[in-house]
Write a protein that binds this ligand. Structure first.
Ligand code: NAP
Length: 215
């Protein structure tokens, strides 16, 4: 008897023709898209400039990356949000996600140039603005590191365990070691710019020790 495709089982069918949505085609979105595609995912890449102006850029990443409208990317079962903080609330008000979707919040609420002035708890605000299950992830990782997964730890936080499982699986598949850092409230300071977990490049065991010491 044929074995089921483990990717289909683990990712609830994402590989059966369904893509990951990426909203924002700047440093973070353009780092993520080819990494997701290299791991075998389709990518629906979008930005403010619209699919026609993104098409050439997207096609440079190969056949698995398509340029789409923001509304289409937001309709994917897992969506990475990678736009400036100032855009987030209005964008989420304008574009609903599908039922049961996971929103991977990569944004940081910078309040000026200084990390010490960044707002904490921004993903809790995001969770208020969307119908999706929010997972705070990639926000602590520099775009250059996201572009070249190193097998080291990437923290994520969520209030929805099933959404966290899906993101942990995605992180593993693209080449990072997923580490659950806590609920959105628990990471309000530690995952914010300037926080304990922000910009850390370390092993999963060291990251877990840092997290347990911070609670
Ligand atoms: N850069 C990093 O290393 C890094 C690391 C961790 C987290 N982050 C966070 O990730 C987010 C994105 O950072 P970035 O460095 O990638 O920014 P970026 O290079 O300035 O790119 C921002 C992207 O967002 C798009 N965008 C802006 N407003 C939009 C809207 N209303 N609807 C759809 N798309 C919109 C822009 O579209 P156009 O291209 O069409 O103008 C652009 O593609 C920020 O919140 C940042 O704090 C960044």
């Amino acid at each position: 008897m044929a074995r089921p495709d483990d990717r289909t089982v683990l990712l609830n069918g994402y590989r059966g023709g369904v893509e990951l949505g990426v909203v924002g085609a700047g440093r973070m979105g353009l780092a993520a898209a080819p990494v997701f595609a290299a791991a075998g995912f389709g990518v629906a890449l979008s930005s403010r400039r619209g699919p026609d102006r993104l098409a050439t850029l997207a096609s440079g990443f190969g056949p698995d990356v398509r340029a789409v409208a923001v509304s289409e990317a937001m309709g994917a079962p897992m969506v990475m949000l990678a736009v400036p903080w100032s855009e987030v609330e209005a964008l989420l008000a304008a574009h609903a996600t599908t039922t049961g979707a996971v929103l991977m919040d990569a944004t940081n609420a910078w309040a000026g140039w200084s990390p010490t002035r960044a707002a904490s708890g921004s993903s809790e605000a995001v969770a208020q603005w969307t119908n999706a299950d929010v997972v705070k992830v990639f926000s602590t990782v520099h775009a250059r590191r996201l572009a070249a997964p190193d097998g080291l730890a990437v923290p994520f936080a969520t209030d929805v365990p099933s959404a966290g499982d899906r993101v942990a699986d995605l992180l593993s598949r693209i080449g990072f070691a997923p580490v659950y850092a806590g609920s959105l409230a628990e990471v309000a300071d530690t995952m914010a710019p300037g926080g304990l977990l922000f910009g850390r490049t370390t092993s999963d065991s060291v990251l877990r020790t840092l997290i347990s010491g911070s609670t």
